[in-house]
Structures are given as structure tokens and as C-alpha cells.
Ligand binder design. Structure first.
Ligand code: ATP
Ligand code: MG
Length: 291
């Protein structure tokens, strides 16, 4: 149950502060300039969360869960999607959803930065959570809250990313049930589309397609594409099984050491060397160790 106690009397709905919009804060995530592929995934997000492009508001909350194993690119996808649609939005939020504590901290921080509460109230996680939740549930741009504020023109369009919600039930007290906005939940939990209190569409992220993975190798290494180098990169990309973190790290390694794709592939084909290399790149523990 949502706890409404602890709201400071000065921040009741009729006296809320004016939010500082636009607000585009993605935690410590910045745009990945090497972002590659994921065309279908972006399309699915768009279909589920539309009509973002129409610049209209949906009639209710629209949400989707992006699932997949560790480092498959869930957060990257959410961030890239948010940035691609930034122009249609007034606010983008990303909160760590690993636990209720992180969520409460994230909400309080956002409520403060959005200008809805002062520093003192921001130290109180219950206040922070309630104030932001209240705003999400009726996201006005105006400082005064009245019935007319429900008109599209004065409503703020927001997208919220709950990142790393491996236990989606922890989202319950933070879920903007009444909100008219867009939510992306990223999670390693394949069942993140279903929680105790919601049932939303789910998108499972698979490895990056080999063609896209090959492009990623060229993009990061900045190597010149020839028929020969393309063939070698393609083989390396399939060896890395379209696993984004591996592609990224091996590309950086190749670029740094100036070895070619073929040489990197032969290193990876030798079990002992591969193990050493992957562990030095901190990839052991991920599926790549067994690739
Ligand atoms: N489409 C992509 N293009 C380029 N790089 C990518 C892409 N997807 C992921 N990466 C890179 O792969 C790494 C892992 O991605 P990311 O952190 O998004 O995975 P994740 O699924 O959110 O992982 P976790 O479950 O650990 O949170 C990052 O370094 C990211 O830059
Ligand atoms: Mg992530």
C-alpha cells in the first residue's frame, strides 16, 4: 500500500511547486554513440508506447518490460529509445529499481531536482516518493493544480525507466497507476512483465544480429572496411554470438592493441588464451566465457 503519511503540508496538491521542465536525466547514463542495431526492438517499444510520435498523450499509462540476460543491452536500449523520443517529451527519468531503498532514493532525488521539493524534504524518502508519485499521477507543467490542467496543453509528457527491476514486485509503491505517461521496466527476470500488481507487455532482448554485430566491430575499431576485413569481422562477430558487452570489449581491445579481426578470432579460438583474455576484460561470469 502506498504510504501517504509524511507529506509536508506545504506541498499539498493545491500548492505544489512548478516543475523545472524539460527534465532529461538518465542517471549516469549518456548516449552511446556506438549504439548499433536493435531496430525491431525500438519498433516494438514504439508500437507499445505510441502515440509518442503523434505528440498526443495516451489515454492511460503505457508500459513495457524489457527483459534479457545480464549485459544483453536492456539499459542501453531504454536510454537510446528515450533519447530518440526526447523531442516529444517534457521529462525523462531513470531510476535504479534494484530495491525499494534505491527506488525511494531515486524518487526523492528526482523530486528535488525537478524542483518539487526542497533539500530538507528530499532527505525524507517517503516525502520524496510521495511528491514525485503525485506529480507523475497528474503531471502538470503549471504550478497550480486545477481541473483545467488536465487539458493536453498543460500536461507534461514523461517517460520513466525503472532500471534493473529484477524483482518487479518492489515497484508496487512507486508505480504511477493514475499516470498518463510511458514506463519502461528493464529486468533480467524473464517474468518482469507480470508483477503482483500489474501485467504489462514484455520484450525479450536476444543477441545482436550478426550483421549489426559486424557493424559494431567496425564502428568501435574504426577499421577500414574491405571485402577481407568484412569477412574476418563477420566471423569474429558470430564467434562472439552477438553479445553486446563482448563485442564492445573485444572491439576496444582490438583497437587498442591494433591487432586485426582475424588475430582476435584466433586468440578466442584458443581456449586457454580466450579464458585469459576474457577474464582480463572482465567478461568471465557472463555467457561469453563459454562461447
Ligand atoms: N545496441 C548496442 N550497441 C552498442 N553497444 C551496446 C548495445 N547494447 C549494449 N551495448 C553495450 O553493451 C554493454 C552492456 O549493455 P547494457 O548495460 O545496456 O546491458 P544490460 O542488459 O542493461 O545489463 P544488466 O543486466 O547488467 O543491467 C554496454 O557497455 C553497452 O554500451
Ligand atoms: Mg542494465
Amino acid at each position: 500500500m502506498q504510504d501517504t503519511e509524511g507529506l509536508p503540508p506545504t506541498h499539498g496538491p493545491s500548492e505544489r511547486r512548478q516543475p523545472k521542465l524539460p527534465y532529461f536525466v538518465l542517471g549516469n547514463h549518456v548516449r552511446n554513440l556506438d549504439f548499433i542495431g536493435r531496430k525491431e526492438a525500438i519498433q516494438t517499444l514504439t508500437e507499445v508506447l505510441v502515440p509518442l510520435e503523434d505528440k498526443k498523450l495516451p489515454e492511460k499509462l503505457r508500459a513495457i518490460a524489457v527483459t534479457g540476460i545480464g549485459s544483453m543491452g536492456k539499459t542501453s536500449l531504454g536510454v537510446e529509445f528515450a533519447l530518440r523520443f526526447q523531442d516529444s517529451l517534457d521529462a525523462i527519468f531513470l531510476v535504479q529499481a534494484t530495491s525499494e531503498d534505491y527506488l525511494a532514493q531515486g524518487y526523492a532525488g528526482i523530486a528535488f531536482k525537478l524542483g518539487l521539493i526542497g533539500q530538507v524534504d528530499a532527505a525524507n524518502k517517503v516525502v520524496g516518493r510521495n511528491v514525485l508519485l503525485q506529480w507523475l499521477n497528474n503531471a502538470t507543467k503549471a504550478d497550480k493544480f486545477n481541473n483545467e490542467a488536465r487539458a493536453d496543453a498543460s500536461r507534461a509528457k514523461w517517460l520513466l525507466i525503472f532500471d534493473n527491476a529484477d524483482k518487479p514486485d518492489v515497484l508496487e509503491d512507486f508505480w504511477p497507476t493514475e499516470g498518463i505517461g510511458y514506463v519502461i521496466v528493464t529486468s533480467r527476470n524473464p517474468n518482469a512483465g507480470r508483477a503482483r500488481f500489474y501485467s504489462i507487455q514484455s520484450l525479450k532482448l536476444d543477441p545482436i544480429a550478426t550483421e549489426d554485430a559486424t557493424k559494431m566491430l567496425f564502428r568501435i575499431t574504426d577499421f577500414t572496411e574491405t571485402n577481407q576485413s568484412y569477412g574476418e569481422a563477420h566471423k569474429l562477430a558470430s564467434r562472439l554470438d552477438g553479445f553486446p558487452l563482448a563485442l564492445q570489449q573485444i572491439s576496444c581491445y582490438v583497437r587498442r592493441t591494433e591487432m586485426g579481426f582475424a588475430e582476435a578470432l584466433s586468440l578466442l579460438n584458443d581456449d586457454a588464451t580466450a579464458r585469459r583474455l576474457l577474464s582480463s576484460l572482465e567478461l568471465l561470469g557472463h555467457t561469453l566465457a563459454t562461447v
